[in-house]
Design a protein around this ligand. Structure first.
Ligand SMILES: NC(=O)c1ccc[n+]([C@@H]2O[C@H](COP(=O)([O-])OP(=O)(O)OC[C@H]3O[C@@H](n4cnc5c(N)ncnc54)[C@H](O)[C@@H]3O)[C@@H](O)[C@H]2O)c1
Length: 262
């Protein structure tokens, strides 16, 4: 029996690159796959290839999420796995070149899409008794990334959300993790990016290798982790260095639980 027999998995950005590879792998493990993408034609083609479903919407649209999750629950009986993966870059490291529309586009796909996706799938997974969420961040969510600082901002946001949500979701039987790949061989890097990588003889990660780490996140007990994926290195949980605590009077005390802000 495959590891995900009888489970329902949604994949955002499932029409291309990492999402496509993950959709194929999840299907290979027995899951019924729901492909979500703004690219209608490619998304439909992938869903047909996988005997799955396609729901076309922009992941930054709350309405799209509401409709998608309720149709999944009504027609497929529930939701077990969500791979929140759709994303874009600005393609620029010059702040003045990042127009308002380029800024909104990346924030919508990379940040709004992950927040809205998580907010929509958690109640459905709760009704199912648990589930697994995986979000695609990036190495650029862990380190400074000079080629695209706004992209780095969005991916740091994904890592922060995943790590901060993990403890409360665990109480609902839901695990959430992030995958943080280096440069992956997908259309996202563009022709120029590919040319530069080849000229530098720098290895790229096949999207299938990232998909394997996504599957590991789904089937393992990992929670609140950010898994680094590099060429030749699949899925190493990043160890965050500690942050200095308070000094002086009251330094040994614990902050009150339930504190917002900080
Ligand atoms: N390729 C890399 O080097 C690399 C490295 C690290 C992380 N990532 C991340 O991996 C994820 C997938 O990227 P990829 O490399 O497979 O790119 P890709 O361009 O091959 O695929 C991205 C898919 O997301 C879809 N999409 C984009 N915006 C959307 C939106 N608002 N609503 C719905 N669908 C949308 C696109 O139509 C496309 O099918 C992204 O979050 C990206 O930031 C990529």
């Amino acid at each position: 029996m495959a590891s995900l027999d009888g489970q329902v998995a949604l994949v955002t950005g499932g029409a291309s690159g990492i999402g496509l590879a993950a959709a194929r792998l999840l299907r290979g493990e027995g899951a019924l796959v729901v492909v979500i993408d703004i690219a209608e034609e490619e998304g439909r083609r992938v869903a047909a290839e996988l005997d799955g479903r396609f729901v076309g919407f922009d992941v930054a649209e709350p309405r799209g999420w509401e409709e998608a999750v309720s149709s999944i629950e009504e027609e497929l009986g529930g939701l077990d796995v969500a791979f929140l993966n759709a994303g874009v870059t600005t393609g620029s490291n010059v702040l003045a070149e990042v127009t308002d529309s380029a800024y909104r586009r990346i924030m919508r796909a990379n940040v709004d899409g992950v927040f809205l996706g998580a907010r929509a799938v958690v109640p459905a997974m709760g009704r199912r008794g648990g589930g697994a969420i995986v979000a695609t961040a990036s190495i650029a969510g862990l380190v400074a990334y000079e080629p695209d600082p706004v992209y780095a901002m969005t991916k740091h946001a994904v890592v922060g959300l995943v790590r901060s949500l993990a403890p409360q979701l665990k109480r609902l039987g839901i695990r959430i993790n992030a995958v943080c790949p280096g440069i992956v061989d997908t259309p996202l890097i563009g022709e120029e990016g590919r040319r530069l990588m080849e000229a530098a003889s720098f290895p790229m990660i096949p999207p299938e290798k990232v998909a394997e780490v996504v599957l590991d996140c789904v089937v393992s007990q990992a929670n609140g982790e950010a898994f680094v994926v590099q060429p030749g290195l699949g899925g190493l949980a990043y160890r965050f260095p500690g942050v200095p605590g308070p000094r002086g009077e009251g330094a040994g005390r614990k902050p009150p639980s339930g504190l917002a802000g900080g």
